[in-house]
Design a protein around this ligand. Sequence first.
Ligand SMILES: C[S@@+](CC[C@H](N)C(=O)[O-])C[C@H]1O[C@@H](n2cnc3c(N)ncnc32)[C@H](O)[C@@H]1O
Length: 265
Amino acid sequence: MSGSLVKPVYPRLRCQNGGTDDSAPYYRRDLALVHHLGFAFHANETAPGIMALLEPLLTRNGLVVELGCGSGLLTRHLIDAGHRVIATDASPAMLELAREVAADAEDIRLLVLPDDPIPPADAIVSVGHVLNYLPDEAAIDRALVAIADALAPGGILAIDLCDFGYGEARREAPNLGRVTDDWAIVTEFSRPSRGRFIRQMAIFSLNDDGSWRRDDERHDNVLIDVSRVPALLAGRGIQSTIGSSFGAERLPAGLRTVIGHRTDG
Ligand SMILES: C[S@@+](CC[C@H](N)C(=O)[O-])C[C@H]1O[C@@H](n2cnc3c(N)ncnc32)[C@H](O)[C@@H]1O
């Protein structure tokens, strides 16, 4: 899907909580808005495949829990397809945007993986390698177990995760810069080890008086061997497969999908 969903809301989207979430490690006010405005493609491209996977839920009015919903881009698709959604994220600034983009969600709430309780759900979805933001592999495993345990009988799982191959494909990745009239971002990539991928970002945002402000964020992603995830989930009653897409979309190299369902209960 194109950016048609988000474009009409551009002018009124503003993070109002200037500075109140400065302690948040990831996606403070300025990067949250830049992600929403400039990086919607992943949620939009994965949406059709996820909607097809979740279609069986519609007849039983099942509840979808979204983890790491960001600014609510995929949430919007889910609601428009007729799903009941609880959208969650660790970033207060992202949630503030999601409350505008997906105001008609069942709930939009702070949920920090891996230890905040996940509401029981008929489907759990997550795109944008949310689990790779956790501090280490043990935390990712804890989150996967919590996700599995929150899935109701017959429940559906659809998430994406960065494999070791994600870092390998970007070993020589050049720095990236994007400039618009209202914001700019410069990203430096590094891969200090096989299991780590780092984005160091400088984010520039236009103030109302025409001056510019700068924020810096460093995102540490933990890369894993995604092929071991089905065995972990099987131990919690979830049958799953690893793939390279949710549907017909083409995902970046090293980003893998985990699609499954609860077979017991
Ligand atoms: C790359 S963004 C993807 C956002 C959204 N799903 C999308 O595709 O546009 C990763 C998201 O994961 C969230 N996140 C990072 N660490 C998290 C954690 N420990 N618990 C929950 N969400 C987290 C971030 O706040 C951010 O919104």
